[in-house]
Design a protein around this ligand. Structure first.
Ligand code: PLP
Length: 387
């Protein structure tokens, strides 16, 4: 079946967080959800449930765990065991519960900025401190981990956890096996837990290789927790479902306790049905969606190469979020985004939302019809040229 990603779906005036933040003439290319309809197989499965007319308390069926196990065995080459999985209403609450389970207030958690903004708030809300092992940029556009700095910080800090974004939002990096192994070796040496947010792992060119941190369970002596979800790859964020994967029974029990203490153990039937259907029936939709996003990325790259204006497009290995440098424009990312909103009528994310390394950058969502992307790029170009 061929899916239509060119279709313009009107999301204005409804419940969309992304669209309700802007006036009607503004193009919102910010928050990370797609303007594409999800796979029709998912809509059919949800409709079937809606038609039952009964939406009472829900339990998690075996078929849910099996769908996760089968999908990630196929995609990552790792066979997870059912007992390792904990069903939760989202990755952000899962990260918070895991931090609470593995730290005491005042402990430190390492992140690698620029990184997903909720990492900062999760750590803060758990009463912990953030230690930033900032990524560095090699050859002008390639983000790498600074493992020397990590060693130094681990020797000098009270860090208990490294919170990894794999693949990385917003830099778009798909960390290689060797990069992750080197990271794991350092974390093992310093006896810290690695918690790996893999929400974006299926949003990538199907020919590229994703390495799940799960390959390093043994190396890390099981001090590893992974977060997976169907929500980014299949555009189901509003259905609120995700999974914590913790192989070690002792770690898992502590996390499970926090999941219960924080009352995030209730199950949303829509999220369960969405995840089962996505993993069991929607691979073909995912492959076509990934191709469409890749084409949008190539279109964006060509656009700024053919229209030089001080905006540089960074490589995109994963996620549908493109990271653009505006350093040559000599304007802060905050002021640029303000001007772009006011004059260009486009909303993007300011790079500084992702930590101080994000200054001089903006983040642009590519999961939208190409015609709308084209219009947004014309507006961004006009604003950049007016500086
Ligand atoms: C890296 C990362 N983790 C987690 C989330 C949000 O996950 P959830 O909606 O399941 O809480 C996002 C959303 O953009 C993200 O980019």
């Amino acid at each position: 079946m061929i899916y239509d990603f060119d279709a313009i779906n009107n999301r204005r005036g409804g419940l969309s967080y992304k669209y309700n933040a802007v006036e009607n003439d503004v193009l919102p290319l910010w928050v990370a959800d797609m303007d594409f309809k999800c796979a029709p197989e998912i809509t059919s499965a949800l409709n079937e449930f809606v038609n039952t007319g009964i939406y009472g308390y829900t339990s998690v069926p075996d078929s849910y765990y099996q769908a996760y196990i089968d999908w990630f065995y196929k995609r990552d080459g790792i066979l997870h065991q059912k007992e390792s999985l904990i069903c939760v209403p989202g990755i952000v609450p899962a990260i918070s519960a895991t931090i609470k389970a593995l730290t005491l207030p005042g402990d430190q958690v390492i992140i690698q900025s620029p990184v997903y903004n909720c990492f900062f708030s999760s750590i803060r809300n758990c009463g912990c401190e953030t230690v930033d092992n900032e990524l560095f940029i090699k050859n002008n556009c390639h983000y790498e981990m600074d493992l020397e700095d990590l060693e130094q910080k681990l020797s000098a800090s009270r860090a208990r956890i490294l919170l990894l974004c794999n693949p990385q939002n917003p830099s778009g990096r798909l960390w290689s096996f060797d990069e992750l192994k080197n990271l794991a070796l350092i974390c093992k040496k310093h006896h810290i837990y690695v918690i790996s947010d893999e929400i974006h792992c299926d949003v990538r060119d199907e020919n590229s290789k994703f390495t799940s941190m799960a390959h390093f369970y043994d190396l890390l002596e099981n001090r590893l927790v992974i977060f997976k979800s169907a929500s980014k790859a299949f555009n189901l964020a509003g259905l609120q479902n995700a999974c914590i994967i913790a192989r070690d029974p002792f770690i898992r029990e502590r996390i499970d306790r926090q999941v219960n203490i924080n009352e995030i153990c209730d199950v949303n039937p829509f999220g369960i049905i969405g995840a089962i259907t996505a993993f069991n029936k929607c691979e073909s939709w995912l492959i076509q969606m990934n191709k469409y996003v890749k084409n949008n990325y190539l279109f964006l790259k060509d656009f700024f190469e053919n229209n030089p204006c001080g905006i540089k497009v960074f490589p995109l290995e994963s996620t549908y979020l493109s990271w653009l440098s505006i350093k040559d424009l000599n304007i802060s990312s905050k002021d640029f985004c303000k001007k772009l909103y006011k004059e260009g009528r486009v909303l993007l994310n300011e790079g500084t939302e992702y930590g101080k390394g994000g200054e001089g950058f903006i983040r642009l969502n590519l999961a939208l019809p190409k015609t709308v992307l084209n219009e947004a790029l014309i507006r961004i170009l006009k604003t950049a040229k007016s500086i």
